[in-house]
Ligand binder design. Structure first.
Ligand SMILES: [Zn+2]
Length: 420
């Protein structure tokens, strides 16, 4: 903790009288009676009030009393698919009435219906739909969001989805990272012709996505119902050649060994991992790959195989948690709910879950030097919470006891209640 740093000659804002859980050094040690100095978009100073110089009031343009509330870093949601059109709630109802997934798929439902609706939707429509979801995430304390493509599955719509992500990035304060997921599933028009689709992704989509300049990473859904290990390797090879980061949907439904391959390509993260083997986990540990755990999808699909939390602990693999916000398997818009599920369903501790939604989420996006903890020099992204302890964020299921969200030094959301 950098509390011994001298207080700067001047800060724009000083947040005082708070309890700051910094997440620095990947621990939620708490600075009681803590203060955060912000200048421009950056954190200029963090420390206890007694370390402030006597004349600190003269050195601050603005002082905000946080009334002994908790401040945590803004949540980093490192895995979402939040740009889509169409609704799948009718399928949800059908499945509850006993209609099988196969029957729904035969009627044109499932991911194919999302792809078809997303292809038809105008940029403005997709932007409006995604804006509502992004706003919901903001009101849950999420200040950084990763968004994947993968509901286009043709060049035109994949690029359109990235244009939407770019617009969101321009209009919203949240930091957004875009990931190209052209290899999400085989589009229906390529049924029986996988090779041609793979060729399209590798030789046409990837170079075009690169020249469009919006996506920073490439993801693949490696699974027996999606893309094989060999196909994943071919896509990653091209992605790396073009200068993208890579990440992988791996071992969600079976032990496909995808995580080991992704690690050999120095992936930022491997995501899901319910069926991860010890050997593949060792490869992740060697390459310092972050494990992104998605309890929303596990819950929604009523899966039974849990990700190997004990192995992650044993091998010191950083664990991130994310909403996986998507219309098919995780229509979950709340990080506190994800924290609760990570604890109850996966057996993570509150500390692990919260680190997973902050500094380890940032790590999964390669943003750990800018986001995910409250430290001098990092972006001033933090959230003021009405809680007694950080564990309340995991414990108070269904509640988002938020007071204020600050992104790059500016208040972007504030809950005004009469008794505050
Ligand atoms: Zn996903």
């Amino acid at each position: 903790m950098k509390t011994k740093e001298p207080f700067p000659q001047h800060v724009d804002q000083l947040f005082t009288d708070s309890r700051v859980a910094t997440m620095a050094n990947s621990a939620y040690s708490i600075i009681e009676n803590g203060c955060i100095g912000v200048t421009g978009k950056k954190i200029a100073w963090v420390g206890p009030k007694q370390a402030l110089p006597e004349d600190y009031r003269n050195k601050c343009d603005q002082i905000l009393d946080c009334k002994n509330r908790f401040i945590l870093p803004g949540f980093v949601d490192c895995h979402t698919h939040l740009v889509w059109a169409g609704s799948r709630s009718n399928e949800f109802e059908m499945r509850l009435k006993g209609v099988t997934y196969e029957q729904i798929a035969r009627k044109g439902g499932g991911i194919v219906s999302t792809v078809s609706a997303t292809r038809k939707a105008a940029v403005e429509t997709l932007f409006d739909l995604a804006s509502k979801r992004l706003e919901a995430l903001l009101k849950n304390g999420i200040t950084t969001v990763e968004i994947k493509t993968g509901y286009g599955l043709n060049l035109e719509t994949e690029l359109k989805m990235l244009d939407v992500v770019n617009l969101l990035n321009q209009r919203f304060a949240q930091h957004i990272e875009a990931t190209f997921l052209g290899a999400h599933t085989l589009p229906p028009e390529y049924k029986g012709n996988r090779k041609a689709y793979l060729d399209l992704v590798i030789n046409k989509m990837l170079p075009k996505v690169k020249s469009q300049g919006i996506a920073t990473a490439v993801d693949v859904f490696c699974e027996n119902i999606a893309f094989s290990l060999d196909e994943t390797k071919q896509i990653f090879k091209k992605a790396i050649d073009l200068g993208f980061n890579v990440k992988l949907h791996a071992e969600q439904l079976s032990d496909s060994k995808g995580a080991a391959i992704a690690s050999q390509f120095n992936a930022l993260s491997c995501d899901h991992l319910e069926y991860l083997s010890f050997e593949s986990a060792q490869t992740m540990a060697e390459k310092n790959v972050t494990a992104v755990l998605l309890p929303g999808a596990f819950y929604f699909l009523k899966e039974e195989q849990k990700p190997p939390i004990k192995i992650f602990r044993q091998l010191k693999i950083p664990m991130a948690v994310a909403t996986d916000l998507n219309p098919g398997s995780s229509p979950v818009h709340s990080m506190p709910l994800v924290l609760n599920m990570a604890c109850i369903l996966f057996g993570m501790t509150c500390e692990e879950a919260i680190l997973g939604a902050t500094i380890n989420g940032a790590k999964a996006l390669g943003l750990e030097n800018l986001k995910g903890s409250i430290e001098t020099g990092k972006d001033a992204d933090f959230v003021v919470w009405d809680i007694q302890t950080p564990a309340d964020l995991c414990y108070l299921a269904g509640l988002s006891p938020i007071k204020m969200v600050v992104i790059k030094g500016a208040v972007q959301y504030e809950k005004n209640d009469s008794h505050s």
